[in-house]
Design a protein around this ligand. Structure first.
Ligand code: NAI
Length: 487
């Protein structure tokens, strides 16, 4: 606070992505006395943050950025200058899954993290609080601390772990009103002082009792644990959906009845074609790897199963589509409605749509894809990229590929479904609930199929129109019963 004679607190965030951008925008909005700079090595990302077309779509984000940008919120590629000036440095860079070497396919690749830490050590001339915002494997803080202290030139560094719990699609709401803020730090007096400094930032708008302070390792592990629990709920209900289809139970009724138990609760119990997003799979793989490194094979296998059921759910869906359409989709037009990993985001990282589309393409389908927030370039990239390649800074990714021939991307659900044999709903966008399905039916090949991977359509109505309908975990249409999808 300038009035009390203290110098203005300066925050710098390295990494202007889905986490860094929105979290810093909200800090700037809620703390007018703090100057916030968000820096990134990607020039195109920073240019977009400084334009009217922000690089990510998130409800409410535009308004927040508009209110503070140029006042106490700045986006810049001058990483070193802002790190040099900052008191508190958040690090929110990519932490991809390693694709080669030790721990390949599981362990986190900390290349970007380490290079950020070494850069901080290079340019700093004053004491810094360095905050892990990225989700990182347990004990990363210790490694970062070593890099910084071994290059410290007498500067004091305090490392804090402050994992982010926002959910894409509701990020701004989540940041305004978080269930909790978690801050982990060293149990030394300096560590506690650093925790207090970060707590003071959040205390501008978060009630004190929702700010949880722990040691470093607890904070790091809590983030992995929270994501593992969330993903496990989805895999649990998805496992039930397969049993519902086999027995004639309705998964929505089962979830409702189960969720009424206050010990279980109603949220996150929707059956679907599978979970996606940049975090769940990656974080569980990380957890599995940490368990294995600690000799805990049973614990590792327990969590691995959450991912296996998710993969099973996606391939089960593809098998349903193919088997119900006379065991072949070769040359048939299939409309894909929705590509983002969930509604209200343009994010496609690890979206189940990628595996479903690849599965259908493997059976030689012609896909016509529509998503209200995902560009054609992004879809083509996603369908031609190798597993795990997506999680690297954009300028280090393979250049835009020559487009996949079996895929066309259109800008309207009616265009996508015109002359199609079947349509698959892969994202629960609200607009798919209110489409004119009679019009869609009239323009499709017959028999016309709907495969609802998100349980959003009114099955009864669609059957009345004439569609053959498959909805995950719902009693099967007689047609589908006679065409069992054996993997
Ligand atoms: P992102 O890929 O959108 O953003 C990361 C940014 O860091 C990129 O723009 C990249 O260019 C930049 N970067 C990489 N190395 C850099 C360096 N050395 N200097 C400057 N900039 C650099 O990733 P996102 O989604 O923001 O995630 C970041 C971290 O937060 C990940 O560890 C993720 O697991 C975690 N996380 C993500 C959540 C989400 O919903 N996306 C939620 C909670 C945590």
């Amino acid at each position: 606070d300038l009035k009390s004679g203290q110098k203005m607190v300066k925050i710098c965030c390295i990494g202007a992505g889905y986490v860094g951008g929105p979290t810093m925008a909200v800090i700037a909005l809620k703390c007018p006395s703090i100057e916030v700079a968000v820096v990134d090595i990607s020039v195109s990302r920073i240019t977009a943050w400084n334009s009217d077309q922000l690089p990510i779509y998130e409800p409410g984000l535009d308004e927040v950025v508009k209110q503070c940008r140029g006042k106490n919120l700045f986006f810049s590629t001058d990483v070193e200058k802002h790190v040099f000036e900052a008191d508190i440095i958040f690090v929110s860079v990519n932490t991809p899954t390693k694709t080669r070497g030790l721990g390949a396919g599981k362990a986190a690749d900390l290349t970007y993290w380490e290079s950020a830490a070494r850069m901080i050590a290079d340019v700093s001339k004053s004491n810094k609080i360095v905050v892990e915002k990225s989700t990182v494997p347990v004990k990363t803080a210790e490694a970062i601390e070593k890099i910084l202290t071994h290059n410290s030139k007498g500067i004091n560094y305090q490392i804090l772990s402050n994992p982010e719990f926002l959910a894409e699609g509701t990020a701004i709401q989540d940041l305004f009103n978080p269930d909790r803020v978690l801050i982990g730090g060293r149990e030394t007096p300096e560590g506690q002082k650093a925790i207090q400094a970060l707590k003071n930032v959040y205390a501008h708008w978060v009630p004190e009792d929702r700010i949880i302070c722990t040691n470093l390792w607890s904070a790091e592990l809590s983030k992995l644990a929270a994501n593992a629990f969330l993903a496990q709920r989805i895999s649990s209900v998805n496992a039930m959906s397969a049993l519902c289809e086999a027995t004639g139970a309705d998964v929505a009724q089962v979830s409702h009845a189960v969720g009424k138990d206050t010990r279980i609760g109603p949220k996150f119990l929707n059956s679907s074609v599978g979970f996606g997003g940049s975090c769940f799979q990656k974080d569980i793989l990380n957890l599995v790897y940490i368990c294995e490194c600690n000799g805990l094979a049973e614990v590792a296998n327990y969590w691995k199963q959450v991912i296996k059921v998710n993969d099973y759910q996606k391939s089960r869906f593809v098998n349903r589509v193919v088997s119900s359409m006379f065991n072949t989709v070769s040359g048939k037009k299939i409309a894909i409605l929705g590509f983002a990993f969930k509604k209200d985001t343009g994010d496609t990282r690890e979206t189940p749509a990628i595996d479903v589309c690849k599965g259908l393409m493997g059976d030689k389908a012609q896909l016509s894809i529509y998503d209200p927030q995902v560009t054609e370039d992004q879809i083509q990239r996603d369908l031609s990229m190798n597993k795990f390649d997506w999680d690297h800074p954009i300028h280090l990714q393979p250049m835009s590929p020559s487009s996949v021939k079996q895929v066309s991307v259109v800008w309207d659900a009616y265009e996508a479904t015109k002359d199609a044999h079947g349509l698959c709903i892969l994202t629960e966008w609200d607009e798919f609930k209110t489409l004119d399905y009679q019009k869609i039916y009239d323009n499709m090949q017959k028999p016309a199929f709907v495969f609802d991977g998100r349980n959003i359509v009114n099955m009864k109505k669609l059957r009345e129109i004439g569609f053959i309908v498959y909805s995950i975990g719902k009693p099967l249409d007689p047609w589908l019963k006679d065409m069992p999808a054996v993997a």
